[in-house]
Design a binder for this molecule. Structure first.
Ligand SMILES: [Zn+2]
Length: 108
């Protein structure tokens, strides 16, 4: 089983972060993913969310990585994903004026 970001519309395979063990935090993460895939039942031990869905403040060493001192982003314990991939139309305030120029035509 290959590790891929489970957020709908993302498919990133790099910089993945496993779900936290803390129940409350885990629920926050689950809710985030469910906004992109309503039928998703919850995380397995393999479920991971990539760093694209976190804001800079969610990382303990964001500036270090940005400056090249470290190559792996480390999430804070309190980090909760909040950034949706563009094109899903989820989480944007302007869902009524969806931009159609980012339509993804993927054959699965
Ligand atoms: Zn992702």
């Amino acid at each position: 089983m290959s590790h891929t970001c489970i957020v709908y519309g993302c498919n990133s395979k790099s910089s993945l972060h496993l779900f936290p063990t803390n129940d409350e935090r885990r629920n926050d993460w689950t809710r985030f993913v469910q906004r992109t895939r309503a039928n998703w039942v919850g995380p397995s031990v393999y479920s991971a969310v990539c760093s694209l869905h976190f804001t800079d403040e969610c990382f303990a060493n964001y500036s270090e990585v940005k400056m090249g001192f470290s190559s792996r982003l480390r999430l804070l314990n309190s980090a909760v994903p909040s950034v949706y991939p563009s094109g899903t139309g989820v989480g944007s305030e302007a869902e009524s004026k969806l931009q159609v120029d980012t339509v993804v035509s993927k054959s699965v």
